[in-house]
Design a protein around this ligand. Structure first.
Ligand SMILES: Nc1ncnc2c1ncn2[C@@H]1O[C@H](COP(=O)(O)OP(=O)(O)OP(=O)(O)O)[C@@H](O)[C@H]1O
Length: 340
């Protein structure tokens, strides 16, 4: 397979809280390839957002990235420089600024919280454009209007002077996408960007991301708990549970032959039209435990339908490597693959 654009290895991120140290991300390995979409999926609280924010070191003061590497190969791939570890860069390093909002665009779940409410969308776009592209004010404004038009904002020449509070949630999300795309990023990190939107707007935004990706060969890391979105968008999938990636597979393999009992349970809880009407869908018993009270052995064992007493509650599960980038962290496959 082609060299990854971004490689995360052994990432540990934690937060200091009154109740103790929360190990939100507890040894994550991931790779995103140029032009491909990696979907990171899992229930709320599994560490998806903290993983995404750790990539650009956008972690609150109470948090710290304790270990791991985040290797950016973008400059190596496009021939402008070397690969480097984002986590070891000095905070003032130009490469970090170039990544944030430049080579890596980010869109978040709540556009209203990410956009400045008292500045026009045009001003926010122009500022980002000037920072990353060096355009003068007039050219940046023209580009801002063009971008708003690209993301499907009707009457962009007028809306460029609107304030975020004058726009609908779907429009604000499109503005966020326009800002994220300002500098033609090689990677777009999208953290549940459509969760708060109605299904029609959601479908439009997914279409938009897909078409922009096809045009620019942009890689996408898409965080979601919605397996319907995964089926539509993903090339590769990483399933996260309690701060770890418990299964990695191509989207076809994941849906056709899920390995980890957690993945199986997630898939079983999605309705299938024509099959599940009038039937109760299985749900995963219990809830994701707090990382403060991590179960012993395999973290999923208290909720697992296939847990083996005396093993899964005692021993950390092995990471089994099935080849071709497919892995599962589960003792059930110990004899099938190679221990990674
Ligand atoms: N600033 C913080 N202080 C303390 N704990 C935090 C902080 N941010 C996140 N966490 C904890 O880290 C864990 C992972 O959170 P994260 O937001 O990454 O999960 P998620 O899988 O993205 O969930 P969601 O889909 O709800 O966003 C959770 O237990 C969360 O409570």
């Amino acid at each position: 397979m082609e060299q990854p654009l971004l490689e995360i290895s052994g990432l540990h991120t934690s937060f200091d809280t009154f109740d103790g140290k929360v190990r939100a991300v507890d040894g994550v390995d991931l790779a995103v390839h140029p032009g491909k979409t990696l979907c990171v999926v899992g229930e709320s609280g599994c560490g998806k957002s903290v993983t995404a924010r750790s990539i650009l070191r956008l972690i609150e003061d109470s948090g710290s990235i304790d270990a791991g590497t985040v290797t950016w190969n973008g400059d190596l791939i496009d021939g402008t420089g070397e690969a480097f570890d984002v986590l070891t860069l000095d905070p003032g390093d130009k490469r970090l600024q170039k990544l944030r909002g430049g080579d890596v665009g980010m869109i978040f779940q709540e556009p209203a919280a990410s956009l400045l409410q008292l500045r026009t969308v045009g001003a926010q776009l122009v500022e980002t454009l000037r920072l990353h592209t060096g355009l003068d004010k007039k050219a940046a404004r023209a580009k801002a209007i063009e971008l708003l038009d690209t993301v499907g904002i009707p009457d962009a020449a007028r809306r460029v002077d609107a304030y975020p509070f004058q726009l609908s949630g779907g429009m604000c999300q499109r503005v966020m996408i326009a800002i994220a795309l300002c500098a033609n990023p090689s990677l777009l990190i999208a953290d549940e960007p459509t969760t708060a939107l109605d299904v029609t707007t959601q479908a439009r935004i997914l279409d938009l991301i897909r078409s922009l990706q096809a045009e620019h060969r942009m890689a996408v890391m898409f965080i979601t708990h919605d397996l319907g979105v995964v089926a539509e968008l993903a090339d590769e999938v990483a399933v996260m549970y309690l701060g770890r990636v418990v299964e990695r597979a191509s989207v076809e393999e994941l849906f056709a032959d899920p390995k980890h009992p957690y993945t199986k349970a997630l898939l079983a809880s999605v309705p299938v039209l024509g099959r599940d009407r009038g039937r109760d869908l299985p749900t995963i018993p219990g809830a994701v435990p707090s990382p403060l009270h991590r179960p012993s052995g395999c973290s999923f064992h208290p909720r697992c339908a296939e847990a083996i007493a005396g093993t899964c509650d005692v021993e950390a599960p092995p990471e089994v490597d099935f080849g071709n980038g497919r892995t599962a962290e589960c003792v059930l496959y110990e004899t099938e693959g190679v221990r990674a």
